[in-house]
Structures are given as structure tokens and as C-alpha cells.
Design a protein around this ligand. Sequence first.
Ligand code: CA
Ligand code: CA
Ligand code: CA
Length: 197
Amino acid sequence: MCAVHPPSTQVLVLNITDDTEPELAETFVVSLVDVTVAGSDKLTTPTSGAVINTNASQLIISVEENDDPYGLIQFWTEATLPSTTIPPLIEQPEVSVLEEDSIVELTIVRAQGLLGTVSVEYQTMNGNATDSVDYISAGGTVTFAEGERVKTIEVVIIDDTTPELGRQFFAELVNPTGGELVGHRRSRMYCIGSPAA
Ligand SMILES: [Ca+2]
Ligand SMILES: [Ca+2]
Ligand SMILES: [Ca+2]
């Protein structure tokens, strides 16, 4: 004679809230708390029906850290900063500067989370603008303390009387430290010098 067994596995589906809030790893627990046998209100002995195996009745679920809790270091070109979390940029930022301005101030921000101290190096690279001819190359390290989110750096533009079309150089953020996820995406800014009037 062959017995027909009902399914021995049931699937519990839980929804995890996917938001843009930077968060560290979080856990929650699902517990099996009660079991009844259909058609039977009371079990006669602890093992005469279905019981919960207390050795394996709890499942700890961990949601891994997400949305860059230690920050995402990037350039910023908007005139104002959001009062809440700075969002990640989707496109490479670009700024224009006049040659006669002689200096361009670049803003580096820590988007997303502000946990811990993080630092990042910056460097400039020639495009069709040439170091020491059109601008002075710059490089260094900026450090953000916990909770800090804005830093500025300056690059000198060489103002000469040579008539020129616009020229480009790049500023780049590299070697972030202080958090696993900090600046895992490289950030580069294009600086375009307009011809002198
Ligand atoms: Ca989140
Ligand atoms: Ca020039
Ligand atoms: Ca010039």
C-alpha cells in the first residue's frame, strides 16, 4: 500500500524594505512559536503530535550593510547642498572657469552615510590643458571626520595673454580609506578653462 504524504516544506516569504537610507548590517529573528495538529486541540503527550524543535526554532536573518553607510566620496558642483543626505551623482561633474579667475575651487563631498573618519586622495591630470602651462597640478589628501561631509580644494589656473580656446584638465579622487565601501566608485571632475577675454 502506498501512502500519499502532504508537502513537508512550506515557504515563508518576508519582504525586506529596500530604501536609499545608508545603514549598517541589521538583524531580525523569525521564531516558530506555536504548532497545532489539525483536528486536535490538545496533544496527549509532548511527542504524540507535532511539536516545535526548540533547537532550531529561531532563524536569525541579517540584512547586510547597504547604501554606503561610511560614505561615497565624490565631487559636487551644485550651488547648494541638500540639508539631508547628499545623493550619489549619476553623471561625471564638470565645471567651467575663466582663465583670469586664476583659481578654481572644487568641492568634494561625502554622499550617503557619515559614519567614521574617512579620507581620500585627489590628483589632477592633463586633458588638453597642460600642467605648469595652463594650470598648476595639485594633489593631496582630504579627511572627513565622522559626520563631516564637505571639503574644498583649490587648483591654480595660469592666466596668460596667449589667445586660446577652452582647455580641459581633470581632477580625480583615488585611494579612499576608512570604510569598506568608501569611494568604491572613482570620481572625476572635468575643469574647462574658457579663453581669456
Ligand atoms: Ca538602506
Ligand atoms: Ca592657457
Ligand atoms: Ca591665455
